[in-house]
Ligand binder design. Structure first.
Ligand code: CA
Length: 429
């Protein structure tokens, strides 16, 4: 079901066609003006997979050889039943077995004898052979004869130029990206003594503030109600009296694997305003899986009522925008490395800010800013490149607040939530 949520950007087809035309023209000129020179090195594409049963990621390096690239579209076909579910540092679409990857705004220009990299993530059922035939802007690469569409497994890649030593274009250090709207980040969050009264801290001015002490054990009622957004299965949510961060009660979610086992508990209080700060404590039992999961969702009425979702992927926390499946950070190894995991069997304080005024986001775990979960509407490779480039004018209008569990095939977890608060200013831990 995860795959069906991924939507190819068909609009890229026009750009790809233009890039194809310009790439062919550039190649023709090069052949005319460089007679007698050393043998030209054509485009190079190397595809490095990392596979596991049923899934894979692949890092793809692209170079124009001794020709600079001013915009690139890389195409290849899968011989197996691979289906791409995600990409980073490129806009990737798949039609049948054919895959098209087009540069982002920040990595389209690749100097001669340089390279840039992008990646894909996918699933397969029967086989996952590594593709060997690639084209850049319609020109076959890796020494293939341009008019031949067949595989080029015998082409000696190492003779095609210094691709492996070429610098990879990057967007610079991400840690310097300022977040201008997040308020004074230096203001330390409130660190409270352990709450024993059941009254969460930070509730002054908050529209939602609940330690679940006032709710009867069992099925949530009153201020919270169970939502099964797509179909109802074995997922469940109850007011629990066995584990609490404050007082004696919390919200327990038994989240099962499988699309139909989605379960959320929604606050009866609608979100208003245009800047939202949330703070919640979560304690869970199973480390975040490789697959995409969601444990918090908020409806965005400015985005077709699709959800802005917090969850995990590749074992780290991430944000996901349901409408276009953009992720924060990008699910590249460099992006994932700038997020954090969600510790198990301990209460973790998670805070975030989402601005509908300027589309920026910031996230804190136990009071510390998470660089990979910071989105400042300035496209930064591996962080918010896909998020910003896909929707440069994204301005969320969040209308509800749900916590629970949603997987898209794999990933089960038991979670407790407590001391949940949403307001218009930072609440602190
Ligand atoms: Ca409580």
């Amino acid at each position: 079901m995860w795959i069906s949520r991924w939507r190819p950007r068909r609009g890229r087809a026009v750009a790809a066609a233009a890039a194809l035309a310009s790439g062919l023209a550039a190649t023709a000129v090069a052949l005319v003006i460089a007679p007698g020179a050393n043998a030209a090195t054509g485009c190079q594409v190397t595809y490095t997979p990392n596979s596991w049963p049923g899934g894979f990621t692949a890092n793809i390096r692209v170079s124009g050889g001794d020709q600079a690239l001013n915009g690139w579209t890389v195409t290849w076909s899968y011989a197996g039943d691979q289906r791409i579910t995600n990409g980073w540092n490129a806009t990737v679409s798949q039609s049948g077995t054919s895959v098209t990857a087009t540069n982002m705004s920040y990595n389209g220009n690749v100097a001669a004898n340089s390279a840039t990299e992008f990646g894909v993530q996918g699933t397969y059922s029967s086989s996952n052979p590594t593709p060997t035939a690639f084209a850049v802007n319609g020109v076959a690469c890796n020494g293939a004869t341009p008019t031949t569409a067949g595989p080029v497994t015998s082409a000696p890649v190492t003779t095609r130029g210094p691709v492996t030593s070429a610098p990879v274009t990057t967007a610079g250090p991400v840690t310097s990206a300022p977040v201008t709207s997040a308020g004074p980040v230096t203001s330390a969050p409130v660190t409270s003594a352990p709450v024993t009264t059941g009254t969460p801290v930070g509730c002054a001015g908050a529209s939602i503030c609940d330690g679940f002490e006032g709710l009867a054990a069992g099925t949530p009622s009153g201020a919270w109600s169970i939502q099964n957004p797509n179909c109802s299965g074995s997922g469940s949510a109850t007011i629990d009296t066995t584990t609490a961060r404050s007082g004696s009660k919390s919200l327990k979610v038994n989240g099962a694997a499988g699309y139909c086992n989605h379960v959320f508990v929604q606050s009866a209080t609608a979100l208003t305003g245009n800047t939202w700060y949330a703070r919640f404590y979560v304690r869970h039992t199973t480390a975040l899986p490789t697959s995409h999961v969601t444990f918090l969702a908020m409806r965005d009425t400015a985005d077709g009522n699709r959800d802005l979702r917090m969850g995990g992927q590749n074992s780290k926390l991430q944000w996901n925008r349901e409408s276009d499946d953009a992720t924060l950070p990008a699910q590249s190894p460099a992006g994932v490395a700038q997020s954090v995991d969600l510790p198990t069997n301990t209460w973790t304080c998670v805070e975030f800010m989402v601005s509908g005024a300027n589309g920026q986001m910031q996230t804190w775990v136990n009071g510390s800013d998470v660089p990979g979960l910071r989105e400042d509407m300035v496209s930064t490779q591996d962080i918010d490149g896909q998020w910003v480039s896909s929707r440069p004018s994204w301005r969320p209008a969040l209308s509800n607040f749900r916590i629970g569990w949603e997987s898209y095939g794999e990933g089960a977890d038991t979670l407790w939530y407590d001391d949940v608060a949403v307001g218009s200013s930072r609440i602190g831990c």
